[in-house]
Design a protein around this ligand. Structure first.
Ligand code: ZN
Length: 252
């Protein structure tokens, strides 16, 4: 039945297209993946920077409070200095004042360093925020491209699916069932050509007797090795994609 075989070949071709579409839909674009990874990394860097700034700010506030207390202490000591009469006490107080002043000077320097560090970190943070913004834009763009591609593939699949339904309806139910069964077990390929007595599915030689029958009549045969439905390539060459139809038997 040449008609049956033609429909099976067409169905197979359509199913391969559907398979390719489904595969393409699964592919997550590398460019989107890269942009998303870069964004995640920058966000982590930003968070770490924020934590560091917060930590230094906390330390800074503590330092400032301490310094304020020390200023008060200094003031008190200086006031008392005016009041003491005893030379020894005066000397001791003077020494204490000097020590407080020295300690405060060191605190002031440390405080200044902290503020400079915070300022530098704030600048880094601003730069990172800008980079994050740019990456977010890039991710959004890449994602939109990806979604558009998927929508395109869905549409393509839908139209091919309609074509498939029309052809499948023309194939007898038991043959269609056999086709589906083989397809499910053979990576989506159930119908293959035989060229030079070699099955295109399993690449094994088919027995000469079967090869003769295959060339002679249009019955639906199957490869005894891989169980795929086979057809004589030269007899259906017009149905095959050009690059496949090219390599016919060497006798031509
Ligand atoms: Zn085979």
């Amino acid at each position: 039945m040449r008609e049956e075989m033609i429909n099976l070949i067409k169905l197979q071709e359509i199913d391969l297209k559907i398979l390719a579409i489904d595969k393409a839909k699964e592919e997550f674009p590398e460019s989107l993946k890269k942009a998303e990874e870069a964004l995640t990394q920058k966000k982590e860097e930003y968070q770490a920077l924020e934590n560091e700034i917060e930590e230094i700010q906390f330390k800074r506030r503590k330092f400032e409070e301490e310094l304020e207390q020390e200023y008060q202490r200094l003031k008190k000591s200086q006031t008392r200095l005016m009041e003491v009469k005893a030379q020894r006490e005066y000397q001791a107080l003077l020494k204490e004042i000097e020590e407080i002043k020295k300690a405060n000077k060191q605190r002031e320097e440390e405080l200044l360093q902290m503020m400079e560090r915070i300022e530098a970190l704030q600048k880094d943070k601003e730069k990172l925020a800008q980079e994050i913004q740019e990456l977010e834009k890039k991710v959004a763009e890449e994602r939109a491209k990806y979604e558009a591609r998927r929508a395109e593939l869905d549409k393509e699949r839908e139209s091919i699916w309609q074509e498939r339904e029309e052809i499948a309806a023309k194939i007898p139910a038991n043959l269609l069932k056999r086709y589906e069964f083989v397809k499910s077990r053979r990576n989506g390929v159930a119908v293959v050509p035989v060229n030079n007595a070699v099955c295109d599915g399993c690449h094994m030689n088919i027995p000469p007797q079967l090869y003769n029958e295959l060339q002679r009549d249009d019955k639906v045969y199957e490869c005894p090795i891989c169980q795929r439905i086979i057809f004589f390539k030269k007899a259906y060459a017009e149905l095959l994609p050009p690059e496949e139809a090219d390599s016919s038997d060497n006798s031509s």
